[in-house]
Write a protein that binds this ligand. Structure first.
Ligand code: NAD
Ligand code: MG
Length: 391
């Protein structure tokens, strides 16, 4: 039986993965090795029981007693903390979902690659912060990374059987998030609650707010650049409010291959789970006659400076992605805590990059994961200082 591990099992991506595993036969069809989560230990234990996991891991030491209690008598091991996440990554598995949110997902996913696994990568931050290292690690151990972000899964599917040399451009779409049509004056006063709703996708709170600020799309542009290895100038963002076309690939002969589907992450997760085959998936089928029309427009870089910053990050290269992501995570924390306003998030990230750039070393290629983690910590320190002076 195929051995499967899910990092971030209790999150939005994790729950969709759990749903597909249960539908595809659950414990009868796969040997579930490890499931990991954060503070929702009751749910984590429930999933571990349902799938007959070998071990359940909470990221937080103080959650271990509750997890142990919830798993008492099941024979399922309980563990906690960063080291336990690494140990979970070391347990042999054929397919691993990287579904932790934020830079915290980098180390476990990176570690799993050394065992030659197939890593289904929802954690886009891994590619943004350490793309070249991650891909090199996969190559060195004959591991495979399959994209799970919907746009990147769409590009991946549009590229099947194609020659990368014939790719002229890659277009990823953006719904525009909660504030697509808001004027800039109104954006300045946007609240956390307003930013935490998404017109089309049901996702975790952090990525939902990142969608409203377009930081999610900024991360995805860098993710495209790192994963597909195309020139930054070939990557475009297109606002598409209906979220039905997920990405398009343009070829040398002028053809555009588009990927369409319902906005349901179980498509991209299921594609990675069943790859290289396609199996039935429980996603809505599109009735295009009923939908009638699809609309597209160019993104507004004045209202959404995150997209401009992503271009600067790609031009700088090296450790800029790690700094960009870490500063963004701090700015997002600051916004969620109501310490800074919605538009201040981009200002904090830009100021952090400027300060780090003046110290030099931002464009230096990381020699190891430690260099990335060091830059991550440094960018958080600088970003927090900037936030402190603003509040
Ligand atoms: P989420 O917040 O719903 O879930 C995150 C999971 O990670 C939870 O299991 C949580 O317990 C765990 N976690 C949180 N902090 C952790 C830490 N410090 N250490 C270990 N575990 C931790 O997030 P999500 O929306 O499922 O997103 C997960 C990843 O997938 C993100 O990188 C996101 O950008 C990406 N992604 C999500 C979607 C989506 O539809 N939700 C779509 C595309 C990509
Ligand atoms: Mg996406």
């Amino acid at each position: 039986m195929r051995r499967i591990t899910v990092f971030g099992a209790t999150g939005s991506i994790g729950e969709s993965t759990f749903d597909l595993l249960m539908r595809q036969g659950g414990r009868e069809a796969a040997q579930v090795v490890a499931l990991t989560g954060g503070r929702q230990v009751a749910r984590l234990a429930e999933q571990a029981r349902a799938l007959g996991a070998e071990v359940a891991v909470t990221a937080y030491d103080d959650c271990l007693p509750a997890l142990r209690e919830a798993l008492a008598g099941t024979g399922i091991e309980a563990a906690a903390g960063a080291q336990a996440l690494i140990e979970a990554a070391d347990r042999p598995a054929d397919w691993i979902m990287s579904g932790i949110v934020g830079a915290a997902g980098l180390v476990p996913g990176f570690r799993a690659l050394r065992h030659g696994t197939t890593l289904a990568l929802a954690n886009k931050e891994s590619l943004v912060t350490a793309g070249p290292l991650l891909l090199a690690e996969a190559r060195a151990h004959s591991a495979r990374i399959l994209p799970v972000d919907s746009e990147h899964s769409a590009v991946f599917q549009a590229l099947v059987g194609e020659d990368m040399a014939a790719v002229e451009r890659i277009i990823i779409t953006a719904s525009g998030g909660a504030f697509r049509d808001w004027p800039i004056e109104k954006l300045a006063k946007a609240t956390v609650a307003e930013a935490s709703t998404h017109p089309n996708w049901a996702m975790g709170q952090r990525i939902t707010i990142d969608s409203a600020s377009m930081f999610n799309k900024a991360l995805e542009v860098i993710e495209t650049y790192e994963y597909f290895g195309v020139d930054a100038s070939k990557i475009e963002v297109l606002v598409h409010p209906e979220s039905l076309v997920h990405a398009l690939v343009g070829f040398a002969d002028g053809a555009l291959m588009a990927h369409l589907g319902a906005p349901d992450m179980r498509h991209a997760i299921g594609y990675a789970l069943n790859w290289p085959e396609r199996s039935h998936l429980p996603v809505a089928r599109l009735d295009l006659a009923q939908i009638g029309r699809l609309t597209f427009r160019a993104p507004d870089l004045d209202r959404f400076p995150a997209l401009r910053l992503a271009r600067e990050v790609m031009a700088t290269g090296g450790l800029a992605g790690a700094a960009f992501n870490a500063a963004k995570e701090c700015a997002l924390d600051g916004f969620i805590a109501s310490r800074i306003g919605f538009l201040d998030m981009a200002a904090v990230v830009e100021e952090t990059l400027a300060q780090l750039s003046s110290c030099g070393g931002l464009g230096k290629a990381p020699g190891s994961l430690d260099d990335v983690l060091h830059m991550d910590a440094e960018a958080r320190r600088v970003a927090r200082q900037i936030i402190d002076t603003r509040t």
